[in-house]
Design a protein around this ligand. Structure first.
Ligand code: SF4
Ligand code: SF4
Length: 373
């Protein structure tokens, strides 16, 4: 009897509780990182032509050093640690690193090109406690731009669908020299068919520049954005991706360096993968003062930024700042929606934690129940 499915459900429920705890922590103070990217290795086994985040020779960062960095991120109050690279599966001690993230009560996520996944590797990631895995697939058949292709990776996706107890998101991409935009639609549909969440990213070229999309590319982004999306994801699309697809700037405050950290292989904190060198402070020396300072810094790159995870973090802050208005706006953006379509469960939760005369008591009780220190 295959016990993966029921076990996956149990793990999924337990993960939702930890995600709720992470969000509650993020709501308590604006000066703790919601998410951090940590690079355990810069080397990659592929060489996508649009990518400026890899090399073909670096050694893995020593395990003790990565574990120390995980502890330092926990000390800053980080909620989610995402391991990326390069290709993080090339790190020989990745399972130990994931375990340490979980021991530190943070959410462990991984971004991979999936080439090195086998059934045995998926089971090891299950055992290590991985929470979430994201794979970007760039095309249906490999070409000179990218070998992250559905044709080459579909078997691995099937193994993930049958064996993984963590959440899987399949990210389709448009832009960045990807030849056939229809491929993104095929990738997103395959992802949904296998039970994964499907997202779409607009990619920059190798110099980090964003070029406006063609009309058909824009339609495809719109279509994928509508495939089985949560209100949070749809709001993210409407708030950021739609403008980018049309070549228009976004008005928002990027909180990189405070709510989001990018820790490179040298242990320096940067705003993000595209803005390395700012502020470029060693993680060991990063303090609450740095978080507070960076929270307020305005970034000139924000209007045309394509870094989706930092957009998402900004949404958490919008929700924290004004939950009622933000939720009403999000639900109004849903296809065929309107603020009046807000589900009863969301109305009930906002009454309990925001508008009720006893919301402070409810918040304290929830904080205790979720075990937030
Ligand atoms: S996009 Fe990912 S898989 Fe491609 S070269 Fe960059 S790090 Fe490697
Ligand atoms: S706006 Fe975008 S590119 Fe600029 S620092 Fe923030 S996340 Fe990085």
């Amino acid at each position: 009897m295959n016990l993966t499915r029921p076990y996956r459900r149990v793990r999924g429920l337990e993960r939702r509780v930890r995600q709720a705890r992470m969000l509650a922590k993020a709501f308590r103070s604006p000066y703790s990182p919601v998410a951090a990217h940590l690079i355990p290795i810069r080397r990659c086994n592929l060489s996508c032509t649009y990518c400026n985040e890899y090399d073909d020779h670096s050694k893995p960062v020593s395990t003790e050093t990565v574990l120390r960095r995980v502890d330092l991120l926990a000390g800053l109050g980080t909620g989610i640690v995402t391991l990326s690279g390069g290709e993080p599966l090339l790190h020989p001690d990745l399972d130990r690193i994931i375990r340490r993230i979980r021991e530190q009560r943070m959410i462990a996520t991984l971004i991979t090109n999936a080439y090195l996944l086998s059934r045995e590797r998926i089971h090891r990631l299950n055992d290590a406690g991985l929470d979430h895995l994201q794979i970007s697939i760039d095309n249906v058949v490999p070409d000179e731009v990218s070998k992250k292709s559905l044709k080459l990776l579909d078997k691995k996706l099937q193994w993930l669908a049958s064996d993984a107890t963590f959440d899987v998101a399949l990210n389709a991409v448009v832009g960045g020299g990807i030849r056939d935009p229809e491929d993104a639609l095929t990738v997103a549909r395959r992802g949904r068919e296998l039970g994964f969440s499907a997202t779409v990213g607009i990619i920059h070229d190798h110099s980090g520049q964003l070029l406006p999309l063609e009309p058909r590319q824009r339609q495809i982004v719109e279509q994928i954005a509508g495939i089985g999306k949560s209100v949070f994801d749809y709001a993210n699309y409407s708030r950021f991706q739609r403008n980018l697809a049309e070549g228009k700037p976004n008005e928002w405050h990027c909180r990189a360096g405070a709510r989001y950290l990018y820790v490179c292989e040298d242990g320096l904190v940067h705003w993000c993968s595209q803005q390395r060198g700012h502020p470029g402070i060693p993680l060991e020396a990063y303090t609450r003062d740095d978080l507070e300072r960076q929270y307020r810094v305005s970034k000139s790159c924000a209007p045309f930024c394509t870094v989706g995870c930092v957009h998402r973090v900004a949404q958490v802050d919008e929700l924290r700042h004004d939950p009622m208005t933000t939720l009403a706006e999000w639900f109004a953006l849903m296809p065929g929606g309107g603020a009046g379509n807000m589900p009863m469960s969301v109305r009930a939760l906002t009454w309990v934690f925001v508008t009720s005369p006893h919301h402070q008591i409810f918040r304290r009780a929830a904080t205790r129940a979720l075990g937030i220190r």
